[in-house]
Design a binder for this molecule. Structure first.
Ligand code: C2E
Ligand code: CA
Ligand code: CA
Length: 495
Protein backbone atom coordinates (compact mmCIF):
# COMPACT_ATOMS: atom_id res chain seq x y z
CA UNK A 1 0.00 0.00 0.00
CA UNK A 2 2.74 2.38 1.06
CA UNK A 3 4.81 1.29 -1.94
CA UNK A 4 1.89 1.87 -4.29
CA UNK A 5 1.48 5.32 -2.73
CA UNK A 6 5.18 6.02 -3.24
CA UNK A 7 5.00 4.80 -6.82
CA UNK A 8 2.10 7.11 -7.57
CA UNK A 9 4.03 10.07 -6.24
CA UNK A 10 7.05 8.98 -8.18
CA UNK A 11 4.96 8.86 -11.36
CA UNK A 12 3.51 12.29 -10.59
CA UNK A 13 7.03 13.60 -9.90
CA UNK A 14 8.38 12.26 -13.16
CA UNK A 15 5.41 13.63 -15.09
CA UNK A 16 5.78 16.99 -13.35
CA UNK A 17 9.49 17.16 -14.16
CA UNK A 18 8.72 16.27 -17.77
CA UNK A 19 6.14 19.09 -17.95
CA UNK A 20 8.50 21.52 -16.32
CA UNK A 21 11.37 20.67 -18.60
CA UNK A 22 9.08 20.97 -21.60
CA UNK A 23 8.53 24.59 -20.59
CA UNK A 24 5.30 24.41 -18.63
CA UNK A 25 6.52 26.26 -15.58
CA UNK A 26 3.06 26.21 -13.99
CA UNK A 27 3.30 22.45 -13.36
CA UNK A 28 3.09 21.58 -9.66
CA UNK A 29 3.00 18.21 -7.86
CA UNK A 30 0.86 17.36 -4.93
CA UNK A 31 2.50 16.60 -1.62
CA UNK A 32 1.17 13.57 0.26
CA UNK A 33 0.12 13.61 3.87
CA UNK A 34 3.06 11.33 4.54
CA UNK A 35 5.51 14.31 4.58
CA UNK A 36 8.37 11.90 4.06
CA UNK A 37 11.56 12.41 2.12
CA UNK A 38 9.78 11.90 -1.17
CA UNK A 39 7.45 14.76 -0.25
CA UNK A 40 10.46 16.82 0.62
CA UNK A 41 11.81 16.23 -2.89
CA UNK A 42 8.40 17.10 -4.36
CA UNK A 43 8.18 20.38 -2.41
CA UNK A 44 11.76 21.13 -3.41
CA UNK A 45 10.90 20.68 -7.05
CA UNK A 46 7.73 22.77 -6.60
CA UNK A 47 9.75 25.56 -5.03
CA UNK A 48 12.27 25.39 -7.81
CA UNK A 49 9.41 25.57 -10.34
CA UNK A 50 8.00 28.58 -8.49
CA UNK A 51 11.38 30.28 -8.60
CA UNK A 52 11.82 29.44 -12.24
CA UNK A 53 8.39 30.79 -13.09
CA UNK A 54 9.12 34.11 -11.38
CA UNK A 55 12.51 34.37 -13.06
CA UNK A 56 11.01 33.49 -16.38
CA UNK A 57 8.28 36.09 -16.13
CA UNK A 58 10.81 38.68 -15.15
CA UNK A 59 12.88 37.71 -18.14
CA UNK A 60 9.89 37.88 -20.44
CA UNK A 61 9.04 41.31 -19.12
CA UNK A 62 12.57 42.43 -19.80
CA UNK A 63 12.43 41.04 -23.31
CA UNK A 64 9.11 42.84 -23.87
CA UNK A 65 10.65 46.10 -22.58
CA UNK A 66 13.72 45.66 -24.72
CA UNK A 67 11.61 44.93 -27.80
CA UNK A 68 9.46 47.99 -27.15
CA UNK A 69 12.57 50.16 -26.84
CA UNK A 70 14.02 48.73 -30.01
CA UNK A 71 10.76 49.44 -31.76
CA UNK A 72 10.69 53.02 -30.47
CA UNK A 73 14.28 53.50 -31.64
CA UNK A 74 13.34 52.11 -35.01
CA UNK A 75 10.40 54.52 -35.24
CA UNK A 76 12.66 57.39 -34.15
CA UNK A 77 15.26 56.45 -36.75
CA UNK A 78 12.60 56.37 -39.43
CA UNK A 79 11.31 59.71 -38.22
CA UNK A 80 14.81 61.14 -38.32
CA UNK A 81 15.31 59.87 -41.84
CA UNK A 82 12.01 61.41 -42.92
CA UNK A 83 11.66 64.55 -40.81
CA UNK A 84 13.69 67.67 -40.26
CA UNK A 85 14.97 67.76 -36.68
CA UNK A 86 14.75 71.54 -36.27
CA UNK A 87 11.19 72.17 -37.43
CA UNK A 88 9.75 68.68 -37.16
CA UNK A 89 8.50 69.04 -40.73
CA UNK A 90 8.84 66.30 -43.36
CA UNK A 91 12.21 66.50 -45.08
CA UNK A 92 13.21 66.20 -48.72
CA UNK A 93 13.12 62.39 -48.66
CA UNK A 94 9.57 62.22 -47.35
CA UNK A 95 8.45 64.99 -49.69
CA UNK A 96 9.86 63.07 -52.63
CA UNK A 97 8.02 59.96 -51.48
CA UNK A 98 4.74 61.86 -51.25
CA UNK A 99 5.28 63.49 -54.63
CA UNK A 100 5.87 60.05 -56.11
CA UNK A 101 2.65 58.80 -54.48
CA UNK A 102 0.81 61.73 -56.07
CA UNK A 103 2.29 61.16 -59.52
CA UNK A 104 1.28 57.50 -59.30
CA UNK A 105 -2.25 58.50 -58.32
CA UNK A 106 -2.34 61.02 -61.17
CA UNK A 107 -1.32 58.29 -63.61
CA UNK A 108 -4.36 56.36 -62.38
CA UNK A 109 -6.61 59.28 -63.26
CA UNK A 110 -6.72 61.33 -60.05
CA UNK A 111 -6.29 65.12 -60.39
CA UNK A 112 -2.52 65.88 -60.25
CA UNK A 113 -0.86 67.66 -57.33
CA UNK A 114 0.79 71.10 -57.41
CA UNK A 115 4.14 71.87 -55.81
CA UNK A 116 5.25 75.15 -54.24
CA UNK A 117 8.91 75.80 -53.43
CA UNK A 118 10.04 78.76 -51.42
CA UNK A 119 13.40 80.19 -50.49
CA UNK A 120 13.71 82.88 -47.84
CA UNK A 121 15.25 86.15 -48.98
CA UNK A 122 18.30 87.45 -47.18
CA UNK A 123 18.04 84.74 -44.52
CA UNK A 124 21.79 84.52 -44.33
CA UNK A 125 21.94 88.11 -43.16
CA UNK A 126 19.64 87.23 -40.24
CA UNK A 127 21.86 84.31 -39.31
CA UNK A 128 25.00 86.35 -39.56
CA UNK A 129 23.80 89.44 -37.76
CA UNK A 130 21.64 87.85 -35.01
CA UNK A 131 23.25 84.44 -34.64
CA UNK A 132 22.31 80.90 -35.50
CA UNK A 133 19.80 80.34 -32.73
CA UNK A 134 17.88 83.40 -33.95
CA UNK A 135 18.06 81.94 -37.45
CA UNK A 136 16.68 78.65 -36.13
CA UNK A 137 13.78 80.44 -34.49
CA UNK A 138 12.97 82.16 -37.77
CA UNK A 139 12.95 78.82 -39.59
CA UNK A 140 10.66 77.27 -36.98
CA UNK A 141 8.28 80.23 -37.20
CA UNK A 142 8.24 80.06 -40.99
CA UNK A 143 7.36 76.35 -40.78
CA UNK A 144 4.56 77.16 -38.35
CA UNK A 145 3.14 79.88 -40.60
CA UNK A 146 3.26 77.62 -43.64
CA UNK A 147 1.45 74.85 -41.80
CA UNK A 148 -1.27 77.18 -40.63
CA UNK A 149 -1.76 78.46 -44.17
CA UNK A 150 -2.51 75.12 -45.82
CA UNK A 151 -4.73 72.13 -45.16
CA UNK A 152 -3.82 69.15 -43.01
CA UNK A 153 -3.73 66.92 -46.09
CA UNK A 154 -1.04 69.11 -47.72
CA UNK A 155 2.62 68.43 -46.98
CA UNK A 156 4.79 71.27 -45.68
CA UNK A 157 8.43 70.21 -45.89
CA UNK A 158 11.80 71.77 -45.12
CA UNK A 159 14.28 70.89 -47.82
CA UNK A 160 17.31 72.16 -45.92
CA UNK A 161 18.79 75.59 -45.28
CA UNK A 162 16.15 78.23 -45.82
CA UNK A 163 14.24 76.27 -48.47
CA UNK A 164 10.72 74.98 -47.88
CA UNK A 165 8.14 73.18 -50.02
CA UNK A 166 4.41 72.67 -49.96
CA UNK A 167 2.82 69.76 -51.82
CA UNK A 168 -0.86 70.27 -52.60
CA UNK A 169 -2.52 66.98 -53.59
CA UNK A 170 -5.26 67.15 -56.24
CA UNK A 171 -5.10 70.89 -56.68
CA UNK A 172 -6.22 73.00 -59.63
CA UNK A 173 -3.84 75.63 -61.06
CA UNK A 174 -5.74 78.69 -59.82
CA UNK A 175 -5.96 77.30 -56.31
CA UNK A 176 -2.23 76.55 -56.26
CA UNK A 177 -1.43 80.14 -57.29
CA UNK A 178 -3.85 81.47 -54.72
CA UNK A 179 -2.19 79.43 -51.97
CA UNK A 180 1.26 80.63 -53.06
CA UNK A 181 0.08 84.25 -52.73
CA UNK A 182 -1.47 83.42 -49.39
CA UNK A 183 1.89 82.06 -48.20
CA UNK A 184 3.64 85.27 -49.25
CA UNK A 185 1.02 87.18 -47.26
CA UNK A 186 1.35 84.90 -44.21
CA UNK A 187 5.09 85.51 -44.03
CA UNK A 188 4.66 89.27 -44.14
CA UNK A 189 3.96 90.16 -40.48
CA UNK A 190 7.18 90.86 -38.57
CA UNK A 191 8.61 88.19 -36.26
CA UNK A 192 10.22 89.08 -32.97
CA UNK A 193 13.44 87.15 -32.59
CA UNK A 194 16.16 87.97 -30.05
CA UNK A 195 14.19 91.10 -29.20
CA UNK A 196 14.56 92.23 -32.79
CA UNK A 197 11.69 92.67 -35.17
CA UNK A 198 12.46 90.81 -38.40
CA UNK A 199 10.60 90.77 -41.67
CA UNK A 200 11.04 87.61 -43.66
CA UNK A 201 10.25 87.59 -47.35
CA UNK A 202 10.40 84.66 -49.70
CA UNK A 203 10.80 83.94 -53.39
CA UNK A 204 8.22 81.40 -54.46
CA UNK A 205 8.08 79.04 -57.42
CA UNK A 206 4.92 77.11 -58.32
CA UNK A 207 4.70 74.00 -60.46
CA UNK A 208 1.06 73.34 -61.35
CA UNK A 209 -0.05 69.76 -61.60
CA UNK A 210 0.24 67.96 -64.90
CA UNK A 211 -0.67 64.34 -65.55
CA UNK A 212 2.23 62.16 -66.66
CA UNK A 213 5.12 64.19 -65.29
CA UNK A 214 7.69 62.58 -63.03
CA UNK A 215 8.36 63.65 -59.45
CA UNK A 216 11.86 64.64 -60.44
CA UNK A 217 10.66 66.94 -63.23
CA UNK A 218 8.15 68.46 -60.86
CA UNK A 219 10.89 69.35 -58.36
CA UNK A 220 13.17 70.70 -61.08
CA UNK A 221 10.42 72.87 -62.59
CA UNK A 222 9.32 74.32 -59.24
CA UNK A 223 12.98 75.05 -58.51
CA UNK A 224 13.40 76.80 -61.86
CA UNK A 225 10.35 78.96 -61.18
CA UNK A 226 11.66 79.83 -57.73
CA UNK A 227 14.99 80.78 -59.18
CA UNK A 228 13.25 83.13 -61.61
CA UNK A 229 11.32 84.64 -58.69
CA UNK A 230 14.59 85.27 -56.85
CA UNK A 231 16.09 86.97 -59.84
CA UNK A 232 13.05 89.14 -60.32
CA UNK A 233 13.85 91.03 -57.17
CA UNK A 234 12.63 88.58 -54.52
CA UNK A 235 9.41 88.42 -52.54
CA UNK A 236 7.24 87.33 -55.45
CA UNK A 237 5.52 84.28 -56.89
CA UNK A 238 6.39 82.78 -60.26
CA UNK A 239 4.49 79.97 -61.94
CA UNK A 240 6.59 77.60 -63.99
CA UNK A 241 6.30 77.66 -67.75
CA UNK A 242 8.61 75.85 -70.20
CA UNK A 243 10.28 79.07 -71.43
CA UNK A 244 11.88 79.31 -67.99
CA UNK A 245 13.97 76.24 -68.70
CA UNK A 246 15.28 78.10 -71.71
CA UNK A 247 16.26 81.00 -69.47
CA UNK A 248 18.13 78.68 -67.10
CA UNK A 249 19.93 77.24 -70.06
CA UNK A 250 20.82 80.76 -71.12
CA UNK A 251 22.39 81.45 -67.73
CA UNK A 252 24.59 78.42 -68.19
CA UNK A 253 25.68 79.65 -71.57
CA UNK A 254 26.47 83.10 -70.23
CA UNK A 255 28.50 81.61 -67.41
CA UNK A 256 30.53 79.50 -69.82
CA UNK A 257 31.11 82.46 -72.12
CA UNK A 258 32.03 84.68 -69.18
CA UNK A 259 34.68 82.19 -68.11
CA UNK A 260 36.24 82.64 -71.54
CA UNK A 261 35.70 86.39 -71.61
CA UNK A 262 38.46 87.14 -69.12
CA UNK A 263 41.33 85.37 -70.92
CA UNK A 264 39.87 86.48 -74.27
CA UNK A 265 40.20 90.13 -73.20
CA UNK A 266 36.52 91.00 -73.59
CA UNK A 267 36.12 92.87 -70.28
CA UNK A 268 36.30 96.66 -70.23
CA UNK A 269 36.34 99.30 -67.51
CA UNK A 270 34.00 102.27 -67.63
CA UNK A 271 35.01 105.17 -65.39
CA UNK A 272 32.23 107.30 -63.97
CA UNK A 273 33.50 110.58 -62.48
CA UNK A 274 32.91 111.57 -58.86
CA UNK A 275 32.52 115.28 -58.30
CA UNK A 276 32.83 117.55 -55.28
CA UNK A 277 29.36 119.07 -54.97
CA UNK A 278 30.85 122.22 -53.44
CA UNK A 279 33.43 123.00 -56.09
CA UNK A 280 32.20 120.91 -59.05
CA UNK A 281 35.72 119.55 -59.52
CA UNK A 282 36.36 115.91 -60.26
CA UNK A 283 37.82 114.12 -57.24
CA UNK A 284 37.89 110.61 -58.59
CA UNK A 285 35.95 107.95 -60.45
CA UNK A 286 34.13 104.68 -59.95
CA UNK A 287 35.35 101.80 -62.08
CA UNK A 288 32.42 99.81 -63.51
CA UNK A 289 32.92 96.61 -65.41
CA UNK A 290 31.55 96.13 -68.93
CA UNK A 291 31.64 93.08 -71.18
CA UNK A 292 32.26 93.60 -74.86
CA UNK A 293 30.54 90.44 -76.02
CA UNK A 294 31.47 89.28 -79.52
CA UNK A 295 27.82 88.66 -80.53
CA UNK A 296 25.65 90.48 -78.03
CA UNK A 297 27.53 93.77 -77.97
CA UNK A 298 28.35 95.79 -74.86
CA UNK A 299 26.83 94.13 -71.80
CA UNK A 300 26.20 95.89 -68.47
CA UNK A 301 26.88 94.22 -65.12
CA UNK A 302 23.23 93.40 -64.43
CA UNK A 303 23.47 90.88 -67.29
CA UNK A 304 26.31 88.94 -65.75
CA UNK A 305 27.44 90.04 -62.27
CA UNK A 306 24.65 88.05 -60.57
CA UNK A 307 25.66 84.91 -62.46
CA UNK A 308 29.32 85.60 -61.71
CA UNK A 309 28.53 85.99 -58.01
CA UNK A 310 26.62 82.73 -57.83
CA UNK A 311 29.42 80.82 -59.47
CA UNK A 312 32.31 82.47 -57.67
CA UNK A 313 33.65 83.72 -61.00
CA UNK A 314 33.20 87.24 -59.65
CA UNK A 315 36.49 86.79 -57.77
CA UNK A 316 38.31 86.40 -61.10
CA UNK A 317 36.49 89.39 -62.55
CA UNK A 318 37.50 91.37 -59.46
CA UNK A 319 41.11 90.39 -59.86
CA UNK A 320 41.01 91.45 -63.48
CA UNK A 321 39.43 94.79 -62.49
CA UNK A 322 42.05 95.45 -59.80
CA UNK A 323 44.84 94.91 -62.31
CA UNK A 324 43.12 96.90 -65.06
CA UNK A 325 42.49 99.87 -62.75
CA UNK A 326 46.05 99.75 -61.37
CA UNK A 327 47.39 99.75 -64.93
CA UNK A 328 45.17 102.69 -65.88
CA UNK A 329 46.21 104.69 -62.82
CA UNK A 330 49.81 103.88 -63.71
CA UNK A 331 49.25 105.18 -67.26
CA UNK A 332 47.69 108.39 -65.97
CA UNK A 333 50.73 108.75 -63.69
CA UNK A 334 52.08 112.30 -63.90
CA UNK A 335 48.77 113.79 -65.01
CA UNK A 336 47.37 113.03 -61.58
CA UNK A 337 50.34 114.46 -59.70
CA UNK A 338 49.23 116.96 -57.09
CA UNK A 339 45.56 116.23 -57.73
CA UNK A 340 43.06 114.71 -55.38
CA UNK A 341 41.97 111.72 -57.44
CA UNK A 342 41.16 108.15 -56.44
CA UNK A 343 39.43 105.31 -58.28
CA UNK A 344 36.81 103.21 -56.53
CA UNK A 345 36.19 99.61 -57.42
CA UNK A 346 33.24 97.47 -56.32
CA UNK A 347 33.90 94.43 -54.18
CA UNK A 348 31.31 91.69 -54.06
CA UNK A 349 30.80 89.51 -50.96
CA UNK A 350 33.04 86.69 -52.16
CA UNK A 351 35.86 89.11 -52.93
CA UNK A 352 35.62 91.02 -49.67
CA UNK A 353 36.23 87.84 -47.68
CA UNK A 354 38.75 86.25 -50.08
CA UNK A 355 42.07 85.61 -48.34
CA UNK A 356 44.94 87.63 -49.71
CA UNK A 357 42.84 90.52 -51.02
CA UNK A 358 45.07 93.22 -49.54
CA UNK A 359 48.12 91.46 -50.92
CA UNK A 360 46.59 91.24 -54.38
CA UNK A 361 45.80 94.96 -54.44
CA UNK A 362 49.19 95.86 -52.98
CA UNK A 363 51.04 93.91 -55.67
CA UNK A 364 48.91 95.33 -58.50
CA UNK A 365 49.49 98.91 -57.35
CA UNK A 366 53.20 98.34 -56.78
CA UNK A 367 53.60 96.83 -60.26
CA UNK A 368 52.34 100.07 -61.82
CA UNK A 369 53.93 102.39 -59.25
CA UNK A 370 50.55 103.70 -58.09
CA UNK A 371 50.29 105.30 -54.62
CA UNK A 372 47.92 103.24 -52.49
CA UNK A 373 45.77 106.27 -51.61
CA UNK A 374 44.63 106.50 -55.22
CA UNK A 375 42.74 103.26 -54.73
CA UNK A 376 39.46 102.79 -52.85
CA UNK A 377 37.24 99.73 -52.43
CA UNK A 378 33.45 100.03 -52.25
CA UNK A 379 31.69 97.43 -50.18
CA UNK A 380 28.07 96.91 -49.17
CA UNK A 381 26.99 96.09 -45.64
CA UNK A 382 25.20 92.95 -46.77
CA UNK A 383 28.29 91.62 -48.48
CA UNK A 384 30.28 92.15 -45.27
CA UNK A 385 27.74 90.18 -43.30
CA UNK A 386 28.42 86.94 -45.13
CA UNK A 387 31.71 86.58 -43.25
CA UNK A 388 32.28 89.55 -40.94
CA UNK A 389 35.61 88.31 -39.52
CA UNK A 390 37.30 87.56 -42.82
CA UNK A 391 36.03 90.82 -44.37
CA UNK A 392 37.09 93.02 -41.47
CA UNK A 393 40.54 91.42 -41.51
CA UNK A 394 40.75 92.26 -45.22
CA UNK A 395 39.52 95.81 -44.74
CA UNK A 396 41.96 96.46 -41.90
CA UNK A 397 44.75 95.06 -44.07
CA UNK A 398 43.75 97.48 -46.85
CA UNK A 399 43.63 100.43 -44.47
CA UNK A 400 47.12 99.61 -43.24
CA UNK A 401 48.28 99.76 -46.85
CA UNK A 402 46.65 103.16 -47.26
CA UNK A 403 43.89 101.91 -49.56
CA UNK A 404 40.51 103.58 -48.91
CA UNK A 405 37.28 101.88 -47.89
CA UNK A 406 33.81 103.22 -48.68
CA UNK A 407 30.34 101.86 -47.97
CA UNK A 408 28.17 101.39 -51.07
CA UNK A 409 24.39 101.26 -51.46
CA UNK A 410 23.73 102.76 -48.02
CA UNK A 411 20.05 103.03 -47.19
CA UNK A 412 19.11 99.63 -48.60
CA UNK A 413 19.07 96.53 -46.42
CA UNK A 414 20.38 96.54 -42.89
CA UNK A 415 21.87 100.01 -42.70
CA UNK A 416 22.92 100.79 -39.19
CA UNK A 417 25.04 103.63 -38.03
CA UNK A 418 26.57 101.68 -35.16
CA UNK A 419 27.79 99.21 -37.73
CA UNK A 420 29.25 102.04 -39.80
CA UNK A 421 31.26 103.25 -36.84
CA UNK A 422 32.86 99.84 -36.46
CA UNK A 423 34.02 99.73 -40.07
CA UNK A 424 37.31 101.27 -41.10
CA UNK A 425 35.53 103.34 -43.76
CA UNK A 426 36.02 106.97 -44.75
CA UNK A 427 32.91 107.59 -46.80
CA UNK A 428 29.37 106.36 -47.27
CA UNK A 429 27.59 106.27 -50.61
CA UNK A 430 23.83 106.69 -50.42
CA UNK A 431 21.92 104.37 -52.68
CA UNK A 432 20.49 106.05 -55.77
CA UNK A 433 16.96 104.94 -54.78
CA UNK A 434 17.16 107.40 -51.88
CA UNK A 435 17.72 110.41 -54.07
CA UNK A 436 15.51 109.39 -57.01
CA UNK A 437 12.64 111.67 -56.08
CA UNK A 438 14.50 113.76 -53.58
CA UNK A 439 12.72 116.84 -54.78
CA UNK A 440 9.65 115.51 -52.93
CA UNK A 441 9.39 116.90 -49.45
CA UNK A 442 9.14 113.68 -47.36
CA UNK A 443 12.09 112.16 -49.16
CA UNK A 444 14.09 115.32 -48.64
CA UNK A 445 13.74 115.08 -44.87
CA UNK A 446 14.77 111.44 -44.90
CA UNK A 447 17.88 112.08 -46.98
CA UNK A 448 18.78 115.05 -44.76
CA UNK A 449 18.59 112.76 -41.72
CA UNK A 450 20.75 110.13 -43.39
CA UNK A 451 23.32 112.79 -44.30
CA UNK A 452 23.39 114.03 -40.70
CA UNK A 453 23.96 110.49 -39.45
CA UNK A 454 26.83 110.00 -41.84
CA UNK A 455 28.38 113.25 -40.75
CA UNK A 456 27.87 112.40 -37.08
CA UNK A 457 29.78 109.17 -37.68
CA UNK A 458 32.67 111.30 -38.93
CA UNK A 459 32.39 110.07 -42.51
CA UNK A 460 32.18 111.74 -45.90
CA UNK A 461 28.98 111.38 -47.90
CA UNK A 462 28.51 110.51 -51.56
CA UNK A 463 25.28 110.60 -53.55
CA UNK A 464 25.03 108.42 -56.64
CA UNK A 465 22.54 108.43 -59.49
CA UNK A 466 22.36 112.23 -59.71
CA UNK A 467 20.61 112.97 -63.00
CA UNK A 468 19.50 116.57 -62.66
CA UNK A 469 20.91 119.94 -61.63
CA UNK A 470 18.13 120.23 -59.03
CA UNK A 471 19.25 117.05 -57.34
CA UNK A 472 22.89 118.19 -57.31
CA UNK A 473 21.99 121.59 -55.89
CA UNK A 474 19.73 120.20 -53.18
CA UNK A 475 22.26 117.61 -52.11
CA UNK A 476 25.00 120.21 -51.93
CA UNK A 477 22.80 122.43 -49.80
CA UNK A 478 22.11 119.52 -47.46
CA UNK A 479 25.82 119.06 -46.91
CA UNK A 480 26.46 116.05 -49.13
CA UNK A 481 30.16 116.05 -50.01
CA UNK A 482 30.43 114.22 -53.33
CA UNK A 483 28.14 113.23 -56.16
CA UNK A 484 28.15 111.04 -59.23
CA UNK A 485 25.62 110.22 -61.91
CA UNK A 486 24.55 110.89 -65.50
CA UNK A 487 24.27 114.61 -64.71
CA UNK A 488 28.04 114.89 -64.49
CA UNK A 489 30.19 114.10 -67.44
CA UNK A 490 28.93 112.42 -70.53
CA UNK A 491 25.44 111.00 -70.33
CA UNK A 492 25.79 107.33 -71.09
CA UNK A 493 22.31 105.92 -71.31
CA UNK A 494 21.74 102.20 -70.99
CA UNK A 495 20.75 100.39 -74.17
P1 C2E B 1 26.71 100.32 -58.16
O1 C2E B 1 28.01 100.06 -57.52
O2 C2E B 1 25.64 100.89 -57.28
O3 C2E B 1 27.02 101.25 -59.39
C1 C2E B 1 26.23 102.32 -59.81
C2 C2E B 1 25.41 101.95 -60.99
O4 C2E B 1 24.52 103.04 -61.28
C3 C2E B 1 26.21 101.75 -62.26
O5 C2E B 1 25.51 100.79 -63.05
C4 C2E B 1 26.12 103.08 -62.94
O6 C2E B 1 26.33 103.02 -64.32
C5 C2E B 1 24.70 103.45 -62.62
N1 C2E B 1 24.51 104.88 -62.71
C6 C2E B 1 25.45 105.85 -62.69
N2 C2E B 1 24.91 107.06 -62.78
C7 C2E B 1 23.57 106.88 -62.88
C8 C2E B 1 22.47 107.76 -63.01
O7 C2E B 1 22.59 108.97 -63.03
N3 C2E B 1 21.23 107.20 -63.06
C9 C2E B 1 21.06 105.86 -63.03
N4 C2E B 1 19.82 105.37 -63.10
N5 C2E B 1 22.07 104.99 -62.89
C10 C2E B 1 23.33 105.50 -62.83
P2 C2E B 1 26.26 99.57 -63.67
O8 C2E B 1 27.57 99.99 -64.22
O9 C2E B 1 25.30 98.91 -64.56
O10 C2E B 1 26.57 98.68 -62.42
C11 C2E B 1 25.56 98.05 -61.73
C12 C2E B 1 26.10 97.35 -60.52
O11 C2E B 1 26.97 96.30 -60.90
C13 C2E B 1 26.95 98.23 -59.64
O12 C2E B 1 26.13 98.99 -58.82
C14 C2E B 1 27.77 97.21 -58.90
O13 C2E B 1 27.03 96.68 -57.81
C15 C2E B 1 27.96 96.13 -59.92
N6 C2E B 1 29.28 96.26 -60.53
C16 C2E B 1 29.69 97.08 -61.52
N7 C2E B 1 31.00 96.87 -61.79
C17 C2E B 1 31.42 95.92 -60.94
C18 C2E B 1 32.69 95.26 -60.71
O14 C2E B 1 33.72 95.55 -61.33
N8 C2E B 1 32.73 94.31 -59.74
C19 C2E B 1 31.64 93.98 -59.00
N9 C2E B 1 31.74 93.05 -58.07
N10 C2E B 1 30.45 94.57 -59.19
C20 C2E B 1 30.33 95.53 -60.14
CA1 CA C 1 29.47 101.09 -56.42
CA1 CA D 1 25.79 101.89 -55.35
Amino acid sequence: MAEEFVDKRLDALVEGIVRLSSGDLSARMEVSPARDSMDAVISGVNLLAEELEVLYEDLEQRVRDRTARLHAAQVELERMAMYDSLTGLPNRTLLRRRIDDETLAAAAGVQPAALILLDLDAFKAVNDSLGHSAGDQVLIEVGRRLESTVRESDTVARLGGDEFAVLLPQTADEIACEIAERILYALRPAMIVSETSIRILASIGVRCGEAGQSGEDMMRDADTAMYVAKNLGRSNVQVFHPAMLQATHERFTILEELRQAIPAGQLRVHYQPLVSLQTSTIIGAEALVRWQHPDRGLLYPDHFIGIAEESGLVVDIGEWMINAVAAQLGDWGDVLDGRDFAVRINLSAAESRAPGLADLIDRALARHAVPTDRFIVEITETSLMTDPEASSANLLGLRELGVGVEIDDFGTGYSSISYLRKLPAQAVKMDSSLIEDIVDDPRLKFVAAVLQLIEAAGLLSVAEGIETADQARLLNRMGCDYGQGYFFGRRQRRQ
